[in-house]
Design a protein around this ligand. Structure first.
Ligand SMILES: Cc1cc2nc3c(=O)[nH]c(=O)nc-3n(C[C@H](O)[C@H](O)[C@H](O)COP(=O)(O)O)c2cc1C
Length: 215
């Protein structure tokens, strides 16, 4: 069993990265090998609309034809047994890097062919992690529904969890952020975030169990 984790946050040690790492630890605990990519480390772009993925008989049919540092990531995803992606919510959406990754993952297996719309090489369980400043789960409902719907349609059975009201700064008094109660955030970070990490860990375990069942 191999699971790929993708961190779409530019911060490699903060909330989203920790949630993805915890989920991958859950996968390891269930016996899987894991690999983590931080998208911020990679030089790549979103879909460039070359349509090589839809070119009948072409060498990139149903694969992303763009060549850059995301190519290996996409190959690894389709060779894996499960996928875990994590992103902070930025202006109601995933980060630009995560969006660029998703464009290439999704569009390359989508054909404009109502009789055979999805040409993915297989289906694999997808676990999605969102971290937010918003105080409660489901605040970005449309985003959750669109991620779950598209993943379910193109890649595999998807599940989504959130870590809400995350800690954004070490010291709120040093930033122009008076609408946030820094002491409350720190308290939540100490009391609730460890539970969020545990939920991510458990979800990682489930990813591996579900991948085994799909085999
Ligand atoms: C550019 C930017 C835009 C953001 N937009 C939103 C938003 O629309 N909704 C929200 O709940 N949080 C928003 N946030 C807060 C982050 O999603 C949240 O703090 C997240 O946990 C940060 O993840 P990280 O610690 O992994 O970087 C935004 C943060 C940044 C930097």
């Amino acid at each position: 069993m191999k699971v790929i984790g993708i961190n779409g946050s530019p911060r490699k040690t903060w909330n989203t990265a920790q949630m993805v790492e915890s989920a991958l630890n859950g996968c390891k605990d269930a016996g899987a090998e894991t690999k983590l990519y931080h998208l911020i480390d990679l030089k790549f772009k979103g879909c460039i609309s070359c349509f090589a993925c839809k070119r009948l008989g072409g060498p990139s049919y149903a694969k992303c034809g763009a060549r850059d540092e995301l190519t290996q990531v996409l190959d690894d995803v389709w060779a894996a047994d499960a996928l875990i992606i994590g992103s902070p919510v930025y202006f109601g959406d995933v980060t630009a890097d995560m969006r660029a990754f998703l464009e290439r993952l999704w569009f390359s297996v989508l054909m404009y062919n109502p009789e055979h719309m999805v040409r993915a090489p297989k289906r694999l369980p997808i676990k999605i992690i969102l971290t937010t400043n918003a105080p409660q789960e489901g605040f970005h409902k449309a985003l959750n529904e669109s991620l779950l719907g598209t993943m379910n349609g193109f890649v595999g059975p998807a599940e989504l969890i959130e870590a809400n009201a995350t800690l954004q700064f070490d010291d709120y008094s040093k930033y122009d952020a008076s609408m946030i109660d820094g002491a409350e955030r720190l308290k939540r970070h100490k009391e609730v975030f460890p539970q969020d990490l545990k939920r991510a860990f458990d979800m990682g375990r489930r990813a591996v169990e579900e991948a085994k069942a799909l085999k």
